[in-house]
Design a protein around this ligand. Structure first.
Ligand code: MG
Length: 229
């Protein structure tokens, strides 16, 4: 019996290659909304987006605000009069179509699903995430997916994990493992709820103060050893 029979995986940039999906979506958003595409503009968008989602993780904004506001700020930054709502729509529609996975994620899920219960714990936009999940190669290996919008609460809040725990028979704070790339939502969420966690840190970023990861991995394959431990 594994020490962690219940595995709670973050979706974006943990199993799904969100970086690739986002790039494709942003390019199409530019094309359809007469925005000039350039690496520089994309970098600006990513900075604006990351700052807004960090504020979302701190509970400052609603998701529905964030997804439009990022384009409002980008348009203002570029000095372009444009329709932020229309940009958001193309971005979200395209993301919903992009279900490419991180290298190794499909094999990992297939192998682990033979001996473990796998769940997704994700803060993504529900409509987008459900489409991507339905089209993805890993759907068949998951026992469930918990999307914050459905839960009425998001990582890192304890209310979100209350929702998850109320829907998984047999899970305890000791027998599950949270696996995610985000310190502010995944690791903080696990810390807030008292759950063991793995920080998936492929870039090898330094670990800042204030977060406790029981394990840090740079490659998803390293999970096998942790789980068999
Ligand atoms: Mg993530």
């Amino acid at each position: 019996m594994s020490r962690y029979p219940y595995l709670l995986f973050d979706a974006d940039n943990t199993l799904f290659d969100f970086t690739a999906a986002e790039r494709i979506a942003f390019r199409r958003t530019c094309e359809k909304n007469s925005l000039p595409w350039s690496e520089e503009n994309y970098t600006t968008y990513k900075e604006i987006n990351a700052a807004l989602w960090a504020d979302f993780d701190r509970g400052l904004y609603e998701k529905s605000f964030v997804v439009v506001e990022r384009f409002r700020r980008l348009l203002a930054h570029l000095g372009i009069e444009g329709d932020a709502d229309a940009c958001m729509q193309v971005q979200e529609d395209t993301l919903g179509e992009c279900s490419m996975l991180i290298d190794g994620a499909e094999t990992l899920c297939r192998k682990l699903s033979e001996t473990h219960k796998l769940y997704l714990v994700t803060n993504a936009v529900a409509a987008v995430q459900k489409r991507r999940l339905a089209a993805s190669a890993i759907k068949q290996y998951l026992s469930g997916a918990f999307i914050s919008e459905d839960a009425g609460a998001a990582k890192p809040s304890t209310a979100y994990f209350d929702y998850v725990f109320s829907r998984i028979d047999g899970i305890t704070r000791e027998n599950c493992l949270v696996i995610g790339d985000s310190l502010t939502s995944d690791i903080k969420g696990a810390n807030n709820y008292g759950l063991p966690c793995v920080w998936y840190n492929p870039a090898g970023k330094p670990q800042p103060e204030g977060y406790h990861a029981d394990y840090i991995i740079r490659d998803l394959d390293e999970l096998y050893a942790i789980i068999d431990d």
